[in-house]
Design a protein around this ligand. Structure first.
Ligand SMILES: NC(=O)c1ccc[n+]([C@@H]2O[C@H](COP(=O)([O-])OP(=O)(O)OC[C@H]3O[C@@H](n4cnc5c(N)ncnc54)[C@H](O)[C@@H]3O)[C@@H](O)[C@H]2O)c1
Length: 353
């Protein structure tokens, strides 16, 4: 059987998770790598045994042997490259966020419809083993009606700098970078209810705190402490048409005692904690039970999550299954993220019809 030929566009940090997962998938031939930084493209092509490397994504897309691409570039280029790839007849796995505006998201959705190609949004947490386990419980109605969810992803010091802190290229700060993951996982497990209204706040109070000594944090390759145009904290209350609500807060920096990640959902019959540790809460015979599923990892397993996501994308391209994170979900997520930024800017609640 002939193998699916893959190109990876954007050869920075996260590309390794894509490249190593494709490398482990037997139905794939890792064929080409592209980065505007040609040295980076060459390095990764050599490391993972790809035959070709490019510095211009148009050249990669013009190569007719390529069936599908992963897009791992800065957020502001996702829409342009995704649309070009779909039009060139490639299936696309695009990293989160889908893009940086609702208008761009709708253009991508339209192109998916026109071309009939696969588009998978990189909502990697949906593909995590623990999410799959919880989805089975939720689909079997173990939680009953889920009416509340709460998510936090708070870094006390963790503005990665570089393009991440340049609003032009990233589209925003912690909300669009890490908020997208925790909001999406709640929304997905809640059954993707339609958004009714959003109240959000963003704050740019602390800067990137490059002055802080004695505590290390992840820095982008092109880290530049002089450049920071993104928020350091965002919070929001999202109300859905079915009456459910979701409360979220995320930060790149905050005077918090320690970093925190929590994702919790509450239903009429039970609750679950996805992070910091998988837990299922219920009541039986007038007693509250906190159940701990016996699984390999109680928290998000990064490497396994990416392997599952890539394996699922490959099967979708081969027409053997359907993606768990289709373009329309990417559009809804852009509505939520942009709604939070708009609510904060205008100081009002945003209502959707
Ligand atoms: N799913 C996750 O958990 C996760 C984690 C980290 C990053 N990401 C996403 O992955 C994407 C990349 O993030 P990263 O951390 O790898 O950033 P990075 O800065 O390490 O790498 C980005 C690379 O893209 C290249 N690039 C940018 N625009 C390009 C273009 N038009 N053509 C060719 N190359 C281009 C840059 O030269 C750079 O090498 C972002 O969208 C980010 O949100 C997702």
């Amino acid at each position: 059987m002939s193998k699916l030929k893959i190109g990876v566009i954007g050869a920075g940090s996260i590309s390794d998770m894509h490249l190593q997962s494709y490398e482990k998938n037997e139905r794939v031939e890792l064929y080409a790598v592209c980065d505007m930084n040609i040295k980076r493209a060459e390095e990764k092509a050599t490391k993972y045994g790809a035959a070709k490397y490019y510095d211009d994504y148009h050249s990669l897309l013009a190569d007719e042997t390529i069936d599908a691409v992963s897009i791992c570039t800065w957020n502001n280029s996702h829409a342009e490259i995704t649309i070009a790839a779909l039009k060139a007849g490639k299936h696309v796995l695009v990293e989160k966020p889908l893009c940086t505006s609702v208008e761009e998201a709708k253009n991508i959705e339209e192109t998916v419809k026109q071309t009939g190609k696969v588009l998978q949004v990189g909502f990697v947490r949906r593909y995590a083993s623990n999410t799959k386990l919880l989805k089975e419980f939720i689909d079997a109605d173990e939680l009953g009606d889920i009416y509340y969810a709460k998510a936090s992803c708070l870094r006390r010091l963790g503005n990665p700098g570089g393009w991440f802190s340049d609003k032009e290229r990233s589209g925003g700060g912690p909300l669009i970078d890490i908020g997208v993951h925790v909001i999406d996982i709640c929304w997905y497990l809640m059954g993707k209810p339609k958004v009714k209204s959003i109240t959000g706040n963003t704050y740019s109070k602390l800067g990137n705190r490059s002055n802080v000594n004695n505590l290390s944090f992840y820095k982008a390759a092109d880290y530049d402490p002089e450049k920071n145009t993104v928020e350091d904290l965002a919070n929001a209350l999202i109300r859905f048409e079915n009456g459910a609500s979701l409360m979220v807060d995320v930060s790149f920096t905050l005077h918090a005692k320690k970093d925190e990640i929590t994702v919790k959902l509450f239903g009429e019959k039970g609750g679950v904690e996805v992070e910091p540790e998988l837990s299922i809460i219920t009541e039986k015979h007038n007693t509250i039970l906190n159940a701990t599923p016996q699984v390999d990892s109680l928290t998000f397993d990064f490497i396994q999550g990416f392997q599952n996501e890539i394996d699922h994308f490959v099967l979708t391209c081969l027409d053997e299954t359907e993606t768990l994170s289709p373009v329309e979900d990417g559009v809804e997520m852009m509505k939520i993220l942009c709604g939070i930024y708009e609510s904060s800017e205008k100081g009002i609640e945003i209502v959707f019809d």
